[in-house]
Structure formats: C-alpha cells, structure tokens
Design a protein around this ligand. Sequence first.
Ligand code: BES
Ligand code: ZN
Length: 634
Amino acid sequence: MRFFKPALLTATALTLALGACSAPTPETQAPAIEQTIQKIIKHDKFTYANYDQVQVTHLDLDLDVKFDEKVLDGMATLDFKRIVEGSTELVLDSRNLLVKAVAIENADGEWTPADYTLGEADAAFGSRFSINIGETATKVRIGYRTSPDAEGLQWLSPAQTAGKKHPYLFSQAQTINARTMAPLQDTPAVRITYTATLRTPPELLALMSAEQDTGPIDGEYHFSMPQPIPSYLLAIAVGDIKFKAINDHIGVYAEQYILDASAAEFEDTPLMEQSNAKLYGPYRWGRYDLIVLPPSFPFGGMENPRLSFMTPTLIAGDKSLTNVVAHELAHSWSGNLVTNSNWRDAWLNEGFTSYVENRVMEDLYGKDRAVMEQALSLEDLKRDIADAARPELTQLKLPVDMAHPDDAFSQVAYVKGQFFLMFLEQRFGRANFDAFLKQYFDHFAFQSITTEDFITYLHDELHVKNPDALTKEELNEWVYQPGLPATAADPQSSAFENVSAQQAKWLKGDTSAANIETAGWSTHEWLHFLNNLPSGLSQAQFAELDAAFSLTGTQNAETAFAWYMQTIQGGYAPATNALESFLMSVGRGKFIYRLYNALNQNGQSEWAQDVFSRAKPGYHPIAQRRISDILSPK
Ligand code: BES
Ligand code: ZN
C-alpha cells in the first residue's frame, strides 16, 4: 500500500493547519497553488522576518559587555541574500533593543545611512525592524544596545555568584530571545554563520556557542561559528570561569567551586560522544565542551553548539543525572544539525533527541537504566497529556494557533516524540531504523525541516522498502492526532516492579519504612517510589518516610523535587523550610514551575507569593515571567 504521497500529505497538514474540513487536495493541482500551500504550512508566525524574500546568511557582532549598565553595546553587521530578486526591504526581529544607527554597504564598499522603521512593540514578540536595503546592498550594519531587561540575558551581581567577587552574564536564546540580544531573523527556518568580538572586564572570560578564543584572559575575545546555525543557538557566557579538560576535545567550564566535581560527574561524555557517533555518524562541530552555570540557569541543559549550557543541579556526585548530558550532546545531531524549521515541529528537535539520548544511555549503561528512564518519562507524558489546556497541544505536529513557541515544549514533543520513534524502530527493526536515522542526519545536515519533510523522507527511504511495517492510519494517528496511541510501548522495569511491591507492602502496613530494602536503589528507583506515592498519606506516614530516609533537605535535586511535590500535596509542614531554601536557591524551571503551581493549587498561594517575591531577583527573566503567570494568571 502506498503511504503518504506528498500531495495528500499536504492536504492533511493543511486541513489540520487551518482547522478546515476539506477533501484531500487532488494530485493534479497546479504547482503554483501547491507552492503557496507549502508556504502557508511552513511559515513561522513567531517571526516578523521576511525570510521568504531576503535571508540573513552571516552575523558579525562587535559588543562591549557592560556589567555596570547590564547591557551589550556595539554593532551587528549582517550579510544577506535576496531569495526574491529585486527585494528592497529586509525585515528583522528585535525586542527591547535600542537602535542607534543603521547603514548599508554599497556596491563600491562604502557605508551609507539606511532608512528603517521599528514597529510597535509586542510584549512577547518585540518589534518588526524593517530596513530599506535598496537594490544592490548585501550587508547592513546596526549600531545598538540591549536593554537591562532583555529576556535572553541574565546579569548576576558578584553576590549572586559562588565566588562572590565578579559579576556573571549568561544568555538563553531559545525559543525567541535571540532578538533581545541582537537584531536578526529570529526563526529556526533561517541559518547563519557568525563571528563575534566581545570586550569584557579584563579579568573575566567570555565564551560563546562557537570556536572559543584560546588566547590570554585579557578582556577581548574573538569567536567564529563557521557552521550555519539557527538564531536560537546563539549564546554567550561571561564570568570568572575556569576550564578543566576531560579529553583532548571535550572539557568543562565552571566557577572554581564546582569545576572538579563537574569534570568528575561528566567524565563519561567522551563515551557518549563515541556511542552517538557510532550510531548516527560523526560529530561535526569540532570541540564539545560543557559549561556548568549558576543555579539560576532556568533549564536542565541547553544545546548551544560546541558548548552545552548545564544546570549545577546535575552535579549529584554519582552520575545519576547525566542523561541530560547525553540529551544535550545528542542535539548535536537532532536539533543543531537537522533543525525544526518551525516551532510547531519542535518534536523533530526534542523527540528525536530524547530517543537518541535513550539509545546512548542503553548503549553505555545497559537496558535496565534505559527502560527505567523511559518509564519515568512516560509517567511525565501521561500527566502532561491529562493536563493539556486543549487536545491539539498533545499532537506531535502542533496547531497553527499556538500562542507562544514555548508552548511547544511539553512532554509531548519530548516523550511522545521519543515513543513515536521507538514505535518506528520496533516496526521496521532496529538495524533498518538505525541505518535510516544515520542517513537522515546526513541527508538533512545543516538544514531546517518540517514534520512533513521527515514523513516524506521516511516514506521514500524506509516505508516503500517495508510496506507492511505500518499503516497510513497508524502514522497519521501518531503525528496528527492528540493523545497517546495504543501502539505506544509500555516499558517494563523489573527494578520498578520491585520498588512498587515494597511500597505496597509498606502502605498496607506489612512492613515499616525503615525495613524497605532501599540499599541498592538508584535515583531512578527513588523517583519511581516518590512519584507513585498515593494521595492521602497521613502525616505520620510522611514523618515515617522522612525519618527513615532523610528526604527533606536531600542533596539530589531530582529526588528533592519529587519529595516536595508530595509534601506540598500532602500538607507535610516539616518540609517547608527545606522547600523554601530549595526555591530560594534553584532556578531550574522544570522544578520550580511545578512547585509553585502545586503550592498555588494546594491552598498555599500566599506563602508561594511571599517566597517568590524574595526569590525573584535571583531568578532568570524567563523564570520570573513564567512564575508570575503561574501565580497571577492573566
Ligand atoms: N532545548 C532544550 C531546552 C529548551 C527548551 C530551552 C525550550 C528553551 C525552550 C534542552 O535540550 C532540553 O530539553 N533540556 C531539558 C533536559 C532534557 C534531558 C529533557 C531540561 O532543561 O530539562
Ligand atoms: Zn532538548
């Protein structure tokens, strides 16, 4: 049976995109209409950029990092090409940028002032920045400075760092905050190379998502990213940052206090790289380094190319949370090499990466750990599906009317995406599917693509050769329908079954907490135990667990989070002080958004507001916005 033909696929996607109920597009359709439809489907509505007409190809930054004013100040020079011949307007994204001057380069190499307009500012998306580029210019130069409120930048005072002596700056551009750092076409559909010069206080080190400056620490640093990347991978970190090598092309940057611990925690990164490369082809980015950021970093990790940004909450001392390293490294293939061209296709980044991450974990640490991680993820996915604001947000291909691109990053993109690829692997066979994915990464290397590009490629390269492996309906359900298909795997972990059995015994009163055999439990088993405690535990039961296992104040951030979610729901007051210090010291969104939400929903919104008002100055601007929305919904 024939699978998705591109024409039928287009019609399906368009129907879903426009919410219409029309019949499939006839295959005889005129090519011009077909092209228009393709454009409508593909267009990124979270950018003002006119990237269908003119595209930026290279960015050069020349910036002073001014800690006293909390701004980047200098120039951005953009090379561009006309996609539509004769275009005289270049449209960029900008948010909270102060534009000082704009010039274009004439054919004779001279710079002349250019007309431009900055549109009205939208609170989330910023301003449309339109520049008259005339008919011949191929470069534009913009003198500008960022705002102290730039959502993509966190400026830490010396007091907010571990070393206490020097300030610190780090960026977070995904999804649409690159436009708060520089004027550019802020869409994953456009790829640019970049070069940069940063001037900082002379004693500080500057790093970017690029080839690092290996010269002396002197306050002037030069960077080059020769591979074309989407804007959301532009990244900066500046601070009193030290380096420790793990091998000749992998190492860790961090403040001194956590440098050795970080290098030890992440010592398996070279093995992860080898495993990844063995499965999916060579690592194509030169060096791979990690930077362990201050605790206010709002994510577990961020896949900035050549330099993943990591939360210090991963430094547990036992390598139990290093799947996040496998994840960010895996983005060097899925996401950074082959990129979603629209945030509606975020699962192409995160679902593929979660799948690759889990394959690498299986390869290095065995099936048991990989299956435990699948099972924990599946529990999270089921919760997110149940809590979804509307069913369309549980589709892999997300609806056209998503309010903000950050809404694309629920467990649906990650875990439903991962389980879809596990389903394909199971149906086509591991050997076939591995070969296919390796070829996919090579075929689309350094390109930005849509879900439909993937489906077409899957059809052409794998399904035509194995036509009985799956039906069109099964595929359609996974990609375009809400919820979790019945064909999803159900990972069975015998270790988790043992944990559940012991838990059941304790709940029945057949054994005391102190007698639960936890001696060999990994963090994963603890998470399974804590996440599956039933609601309605008595205060005595909470106290019994706490006394037996010292859960309140535990140093493993994942375990602590799982415990506090339970103590909030169960109203267990003895955990309150430790929860408060957790909220005051950890800025990782995955933990604190859910903790504030749980407090809000369990009659503790006043206390939550009070803690937030004190913790807020230390949180990243992204986290400040998200928690404000949780505690005072608009
Ligand atoms: N790219 C994401 C982080 C991200 C997502 C930033 C959306 C901004 C918007 C990163 O790769 C990621 O997924 N991090 C996860 C860890 C992972 C193991 C699930 C995180 O931060 O928890
Ligand atoms: Zn990711």
